[in-house]
Ligand binder design. Structure first.
Ligand code: NAD
Ligand code: IPM
Ligand code: MN
Length: 361
């Protein structure tokens, strides 16, 4: 059966890394005998330029008619002077997440053994690596709470965002974290700020309640400031990190860098029906866009997550991860992760090497 994929490369390095993910998906289809039909559409800044809106109706309609969304990244300096609510991040990415109720964002941060040197932590701290899954609530919290706005003028002018969490919203993301932990290290650490924020008092209460249904999983609570510190002090202590929207955003960038680069962290954003949008955790990287040097691995692993979580093609997903690992073991690396930048490869060569590793396996 053919699955339809909405391919939305977006801005900056998005199209560059997307091209590599598609190559890898093509190779996976041949090897495992499944069939994908891609349909490409504009999203983000490019959609503003071409259609006058960051999320054109036609793009949303395509997503609705598809089995999964493969997303690159959006935003960049060209659109930063637009009114905030028209900018790519707020006018395309957040509405897409909300529209499809993609509340569950999975961001796996694992050090590939061959990338131990790219991890900024001392070798005695990294040890033989760590394997963390950030489970981030993605459709509520301070990103979406109302009221949100600005009013007044002069010294009294103010701006405000509101952090709101409903019991049901906390409960459903907590369940996802416990379910994930059950088939991993059996440990959930819930990240909050219950010593200051009332929303986080409820967060801690609800998570503790959900834990009663998972006696096989250990639950710990940690304040977010301590969590960011513990991540660089002793990352192995964590298995699943359960976070609200904003803390998960921050923690996942930190976790990404601990694996070697922002260009390594894939993500899946899922709803209750397991429909998903799959995208790298990093952004459009304007500082390196157009140079052919971006690391395509986060996009390729996001395509792998799409096969696993969106389409139920576990064997192909695992094969993609093994192909990435095998390629890194051959010391084929982009500039962000290579020990010697002069010996690094570009985006397309990295993608080609992963395709070759997949075909060889
Ligand atoms: P960024 O993640 O784009 O870049 C941060 C740093 O990481 C840069 O030095 C960049 O070169 C590096 N980096 C990121 N991905 C890389 C890759 N694949 N290979 C090598 N290096 C990589 O974050 P930023 O600079 O804060 O944001 C740039 C733009 O992207 C902004 O407009 C921001 O809003 C947007 N953004 C979009 C998404 C998304 O679409 N999902 C996510 C984050 C940021
Ligand atoms: C991410 C990004 C987005 C977020 C932005 C671009 C809206 O940083 O996916 O981590 O904050 O969720
Ligand atoms: Mn982010």
């Amino acid at each position: 059966m053919t699955k339809k994929i909405a391919v939305l490369p977006g801005d900056g390095i998005g199209p560059e890394v997307m091209a590599e993910a598609i190559k890898v998906l093509d190779a996976a289809q041949k090897k495992f005998g499944f069939s994908l039909e891609y349909e490409w559409a504009d999203v983000g800044g490019i959609a503003i330029d071409n259609h006058g809106h960051a999320l054109p109706e036609s793009t949303l309609a395509l997503c609705e008619a598809s089995d999964a969304i493969l997303f690159g990244s959006v935003g960049g300096p060209k659109w930063e002077s637009l009114p905030p609510e028209q900018q790519p991040e707020r006018a395309a990415l957040l509405p897409l997440r909300k529209h499809f109720d993609l509340f569950c964002n999975l961001r796996p941060a694992k050090v590939f053994p061959s990338l131990a040197a790219a991890c900024p932590l001392r070798p005695d701290i990294v040890g033989d690596g760590f394997d963390i899954l950030v489970v981030r609530e993605l459709t509520s919290g301070i990103y979406f709470g109302q009221p949100k706005g600005r009013e007044g003028s002069g010294p009294d002018e103010k701006a405000f965002d509101t952090m709101v969490y409903k019991r049901s919203e906390i409960e459903r993301i907590a369940r996802m974290a416990f379910e994930a932990a059950r088939v991993r290290g059996k440990k959930v650490t819930s990240v909050d700020k219950a010593n200051v924020l009332t929303t986080m008092v409820l967060w801690r209460e609800v998570v503790t309640g959900v834990a009663a249904d998972y006696p096989d999983v250990e639950l710990g609570h940690i304040y977010v400031d301590n969590a960011t510190m513990q991540l660089v002090r002793w990352p192995q202590q964590f298995d699943v990190l359960l976070c609200g929207n904003m803390f998960g955003d921050i923690i996942s960038d930190e976790a990404a860098m601990l694996t070697g680069s922002m260009g390594m962290l894939a993500s899946a954003s899922l709803n209750a029906d397991k429909f998903g949008l799959f995208e790298p955790a990093g952004g459009s990287a304007p500082d390196i866009a157009g140079q052919g040097v971006a690391n395509p691995i986060a996009q390729i692993l996001s395509a792998g997550m799409m096969l696993r979580y969106g389409l139920g093609l576990e064997e192909a997903a695992e094969a993609i991860e093994s192909a990435v690992s095998a390629t890194l073991e051959k010391n084929i690396m982009t500039a962000d992760i290579a020990p010697d930048r002069d010996k690094s490869v570009g985006t397309a060569a990295m993608g080609d090497a992963i395709v070759a590793a997949l075909e060889e396996a």
